[in-house]
Design a binder for this molecule. Structure first.
Ligand SMILES: N[C@@H](CCC(=O)N[C@@H](CS)C(=O)NCC(=O)O)C(=O)O
Length: 498
């Protein structure tokens, strides 16, 4: 059975659940209910939830309403449990009492502020000052209770974030626009800003702002609160043609005096892509962000097991996502900081590498088809007649806190911006594309992206009129914390045949 959640991501209780299931990591199917157009009153929904409120959830014959109960259930069915809803009875009781506190007193109080200071404006009206003044003493009484806890500890229920944090943060999710009087509550203010840095919160902020603050520039506020982009350095390469740009993967005299890549560092704006995450398409922008919760989640450094158990999942996922008839997974690389000491030129173990901070694309117009001939010599003549495209599937192994991946929107990087990097291996030559700098390049990344999502990167396509080569690079995110967990990711190289 699958957990189905019915919601409109812009409402307080729905956003809470959406962020909650993301934090917990439970698989679920989302059914969108259009709240502002009365979708929650439609008979197709009221037959599930006769109360005509969102969110609601079903799992087989179980029908659940109440946002907090849905989060609790999602945590209970998560295989292996979730620290977001502790099992220790005392800690769980503490989380439960906050969930009840939120639903019974905190939500109704914060609701007055959202209705008066946000919804009224949305409807062209004015806040009812009398209603706000009447609520104020009650709000302060409750905020003091929160402050007593949050001045002592990082999260509502101790050192670890739990669903209680999301429950209590949800009714204040537009706290600045709601004009919640938080001036005298430094602990609460510090905490809500911490919540705002959580990837599950950031991912769900766009829908709230789009519906309730239509005049605000869609913020997708990054981890630094900078409003949608970071300035970071990307390593481009100077095109010194007719001299070639090369890299040798073995010791040789021939490497003396060559032009190596990465000699053109530029500071660029890298945009937070979350608010338009669904718009990106591999055939237009050269990349897309997709949901993908792998069943395989262990032993990433065991190459054989990854090939045997994980590759088939990727094949099925790509066939479904791209509509490809056949998908070949031919290689993968695990990138961790552990591997940082290994020079790029270490060709012995190419499946274990450090993130590459170089603007590049993995194939060229020539090296794509050549690779198919090398990998599938017998079938190549037939396969090369069909549309064939190379796609990398980039998957974090846990939420990315540093060294994220940035993609250059293909609509901003015309073919003339690309030139070749010649890869010299002991036994063969290969080719990548490098990019020369252009101020027109539009860069995107997905801060805090976690293991439930993948980025698809198009690195070659035989089809004309679609995105063929996407420039990409890891980069040092200036907003990462100094104690950020090192990035660990896997990228899987595939060929799709249509
Ligand atoms: N206590 C319920 C409240 C659910 C609720 O009232 N949801 C609102 C949206 S946040 C709703 O659907 N209201 C119905 C309406 O406005 O007609 C929960 O936590 O799920």
């Amino acid at each position: 059975m699958v957990l189905k959640i019915y919601l409109d991501p812009c409402t307080i209780n729905c956003r809470k659940v959406l962020a909650g299931v993301d934090l917990i990591g439970t698989d679920f199917e989302l059914v969108n209910i259009d709240y502002f157009n009365g979708g929650h009153k439609d008979p197709s929904f009221t037959k599930i939830n006769p109360c005509a409120t969102v969110p609601a959830a079903t799992d087989g014959d179980l029908v659940l309403t109440e946002s907090n109960a849905i989060m609790q259930y999602a945590a209970d069915i998560k295989q292996g449990g979730s620290s977001a809803y502790p099992v220790d009875p005392k800690r769980r009781a503490d989380v439960n009492r906050w969930l009840l506190w939120e639903a019974s007193v905190w939500f109704p109080s914060c609701y007055v502020y959202i209705v008066q200071n946000v919804v009224q404006e949305l409807l062209g009206g004015k806040p009812d000052q009398a209603a706000l003044s009447a609520e104020e003493p009650n709000f302060h009484k409750l905020a003091k209770v929160l402050e007593m806890t949050l001045s002592k500890q990082k999260w509502i229920a101790g050192d670890e974030v739990t669903i209680a944090d999301l429950a209590i943060a949800a009714p204040m999710h537009l706290w600045k626009e709601q004009k919640l009087p938080l001036e005298n509550y430094p602990g609460v203010t510090r905490w809500i800003q911490e919540v705002e840095k959580l990837p599950c919160w950031q991912k769900t902020q766009g829908a709230v702002e789009k519906a309730l603050l239509p005049n605000k520039k869609q913020s997708t506020t990054g981890a630094n609160g900078s409003g949608g982009s970071v300035k970071a350095t990307l390593n481009y390469t100077k095109d010194v043609s007719p001299q070639l740009t090369e890299i040798y993967f073995y010791e040789t005299e021939k490497s003396k005096g060559i032009h190596e890549p990465g000699d053109s560092a530029h500071e660029v704006d890298i945009h937070d892509g979350w608010s338009r995450a669904d718009d990106f398409h591999v055939d237009k922008h050269g990349f897309s962000l997709n949901d993908f919760r792998a069943k395989y989640s262990k032993a990433w450094d065991e190459d054989e097991t990854v090939r045997r158990e994980f590759y088939p999942e990727i094949v099925e996922f790509l066939k479904k996502t791209l509509g490809a008839k056949e998908v070949l997974v031919f290689d993968h690389t695990i990138r961790t900081k552990k591997n940082v000491a290994k020079p790029l030129t270490d060709q012995k173990n190419t499946s274990q590498r450090a993130p590459v901070q170089l603007v590049h694309c993995d194939y060229t117009a020539e090296s794509g088809p050549k690779r198919i001939t090398q990998l599938l010599p017998d079938r190549a003549p037939e396969l090369l007649k069909r549309r064939h495209a190379f796609l990398n599937v980039w998957k974090p192994l846990h939420a990315v806190e540093e060294n994220p991946l940035a993609m250059c929107d293909v609509t901003s990087s015309p073919p003339e911006d690309f030139f070749k990097l010649h890869l010299r291996y002991h036994d063969r030559d290969g080719e990548n594309y490098l990019l020369r700098y252009s101020p027109e390049h539009k860069w995107y990344y997905f801060p805090g992206m976690d293991e439930g999502k993948v980025i698809l990167l198009k690195t070659f396509d035989s089809e004309e009129g679609v995105a063929k080569f996407v420039g990409h690079s890891a980069f040092a995110d200036p907003t990462s914390k100094s104690d950020a967990r090192p990035r660990e990711s896997i990228e899987i190289r595939t060929i799709a045949f249509f």
